[in-house]
Design a binder for this molecule. Sequence first.
Ligand SMILES: [Zn+2]
Length: 210
Amino acid sequence: MKNQPLYQATIEKTINCPQCGDSLPLHFKWTKLVQCPSCKSSIFLEDDSLKLIGKASALSPEPSLLKLGEPISIDNKTYLPLGKIRYSYGRGFWEEWFLTGEANREFWLSVDEGDFVLESKAKIVMPFKNIDRLSIGKKYGKFVVTEIGKGECVGFEGELPENIAIGKTHQYAHLSEGGTSLITAESSPNGMKIFRGNWIDPFSIKKVYG
Ligand SMILES: [Zn+2]
């Protein structure tokens, strides 16, 4: 396979599951939450201590373009899917995949049926503090509110850079600029989180063979 970057996942550190003792290699320096693949326990990493925060039922498997631990490339950039969070919106669900890119950068790929959005955290101050105040069509500079939604966090797999609140409602809004670029605002207990990125053509997502 020419033009495919050679890929090797690096192990940042290895912990032992406090429940079953299995060794868990972690691939991201700032991982906060990991699910033990052997016993499905959720482990929260706090400074240097490990806290068992329960056992979640495994997510039902769904056909997906992405697999945990299998690198992909999008527009010639390589990403490693390390974790995913599943949100239910009643009749269905969507998933947020946590990916690491070059230089251990953190990315999120949101997969909602056929819609793929690749984003990273952005330091943008939005002229609103509360997603509830937004309405579709409202303009903020070059950005227009195009989607407001919410879902219940139902579970996760793999490793994540943050703790999640299973069973809690997650609120978000998309603000689009033109056809491809967008900002996503998410409600979180510590205020709003802002991400910036692009809609992705699923056909541009390729497997990378290491
Ligand atoms: Zn375990």
